[in-house]
Write a protein that binds this ligand. Sequence first.
Ligand code: 5GP
Ligand code: ZN
Length: 114
Amino acid sequence: MENCLFCKLAAGEIPSAKVYEDETVYAFRDIAPQAPVHILVIPKTHIASVQELNGETIGLAAACLLAIPKIAAQEGLLPGGYRVVSNCGPDAGQTVGHLHFHILGGTRLNDRMA
Ligand code: 5GP
Ligand code: ZN
């Protein structure tokens, strides 16, 4: 999608620190990390958020979710674990309108999530 920051990152038009890529998924380090490890996992195909998912597009989210445990292992987040977050809409603080899953880890995370 034109004028979408994460579409441009996935296409390599804007540089980013890649940590994982496959046919459907691109993952890169968050530019403003909120944990020692903070990675964003996105589908290469544009979709706005989990709210937009349907039977035709669920494969995009499934591919992201399947990539997450691979990335976690690659980043040394096991056996400690990690948190996966997808902000959806303004009340959740979504600032980029392209579906993304945050992977947060590398330390003991806050017990409170909101
Ligand atoms: P949201 O708030 O929409 O859930 O998450 C968007 C995330 O994208 C934020 O954590 C923000 O730091 C990150 N971000 C915004 N612009 C860029 C960028 O140009 N490059 C990278 N790597 N991350 C970005
Ligand atoms: Zn996009």
